[in-house]
Design a protein around this ligand. Structure first.
Ligand SMILES: NC(=O)c1ccc[n+]([C@@H]2O[C@H](COP(=O)([O-])OP(=O)(O)OC[C@H]3O[C@@H](n4cnc5c(N)ncnc54)[C@H](O)[C@@H]3O)[C@@H](O)[C@H]2O)c1
Length: 331
């Protein structure tokens, strides 16, 4: 039984969703987070103040701090990262430091301390874009040649490190597609669009909005991680995706957001020149491996978009204090 779980980046978007799903279900949760612009201790305060989880502020690149945090830890779920593609264009070194060096530090200290399971959260972006068909786990090449941004390149190198450790230690790598849901920082597409409309601004849709993302509801990613803590085979990477049929273009996603917020898409969507014209067009993953292992998430995208839009409607103060900083990167 893996009792004490160290969650890095647990104050970020997916981390917070994971901590809420896990706390109180028999696990002792310790969150390690540097609290960058993307980390919100306010997300976790109800759990911290009621003694349901423990929280330690610090840097995954600080070996002494990480070593101290490993005390009594059975498993690590490693989310902490710089996660935004647009920001990675202006500060690639920060992305390399956090995502590659930080992951290395976490892996080294975890196994010096005898941790029994390490779940590394990678991304579908390590494979790059695919015009047709789906990437399987073995399609990832060593190095970062398939990745197209400083973010995805750093994640690709981190994925390699985790897989390398997985030859000798109990490491499982998860490669999820684009997540959405509550607590996502409003720099990212869906919360940016929702909060824009709630503030009376239009949705800026890049290019013709024909890009395809595989939208995966963050609570499902959290379920998947819990599943892998128990069932993931060491040394393996697993894709997880929603595999929507039909696929959801960015234009469709924006139209759904409009509809959910009673806004006419004709008036509220503004097509703008793509600020990252060569960015990946379509992500698509084959999920046969994790399905065979027994993980079958409930995919219900329109309803999960609705729950997300409702959350932002009900939690205005959460995103309002983040909105100005989030928008500043697009100026
Ligand atoms: N959001 C997505 O759509 C998505 C999809 C696939 C994979 N992922 C991966 O999932 C993980 C979590 O993504 P997210 O969207 O929740 O990210 P996020 O940006 O919302 O949260 C990242 C968290 O990491 C913390 N952090 C950053 N640098 C740190 C450091 N040096 N030391 C300690 N903590 C640090 C931040 O404070 C923040 O709490 C990342 O590894 C990301 O690459 C995300």
């Amino acid at each position: 039984m893996l009792k004490r779980i160290l969650v890095t980046g647990g104050a970020g978007f997916i981390g917070t969703n994971f901590v809420y799903k896990t706390a109180g279900s028999g696990f002792e949760i310790v969150v390690l987070d540097k609290l960058t612009y993307a980390g919100g201790k306010d997300n976790l305060d109800p759990l911290i103040n009621s003694g349901k989880i423990k929280f330690a502020q610090g840097d995954i690149c600080d070996a002494d701090f990480v070593k101290t945090s490993m005390d009594g830890v059975d498993a690590v779920v490693h989310f902490a990262a710089e996660s935004h593609n647009t920001r990675s264009e202006t500060d690639p070194d920060l992305f390399y430091r956090t995502n590659v060096k930080g992951t290395q530090c976490m892996l080294e200290e975890a196994f010096k301390a005898g941790v029994k399971k390490f779940i590394h959260i990678s991304t579908d972006e390590v494979y790059g874009s695919i015009a047709d068909g789906y990437f399987s786990e073995e399609d990832k090449l060593l190095g970062d040649s398939q990745a197209t941004s400083a973010y995805s390149k750093s994640k690709s190198q981190a994925d390699d490190l985790a897989m390398e450790f997985g030859r000798n230690y109990p490491v499982v790598v998860l490669r999820p597609t684009n997540n959405f849901g509550p607590w996502q920082y409003p720099e990212k597409a869906l919360p940016r669009w929702i909060s824009n409309i709630l503030l009376g601004s239009k949705i800026p849709l890049w290019g013709e909005g024909q890009q395809v993302r595989d939208w995966l509801y963050a609570p499902l990613t959290s379920e998947c991680i819990l599943f892998l803590l128990e069932n993931g085979v060491n040394g393996n990477a697993y894709n997880v995706a929603a595999n929507h049929d039909p696929e959801i273009t960015n234009r469709t996603a924006a139209e759904w957001i409009c509809r959910l917020l009673d806004a006419d898409p004709e008036k509220w969507i503004e097509f703008i020149p793509d600020p990252r014209p060569n960015h990946d067009f379509r992500y698509a993953l084959n999920v046969e491996k994790i399905t065979k292992l027994g993980f079958k998430p409930v995919i219900d995208p329109y309803n999960q978009f609705k729950i997300t839009a409702d959350w932002y409607k009900e939690n205005r103060s959460w995103w309002k204090k983040r909105k100005e900083e989030a928008e500043s990167i697009y100026k």
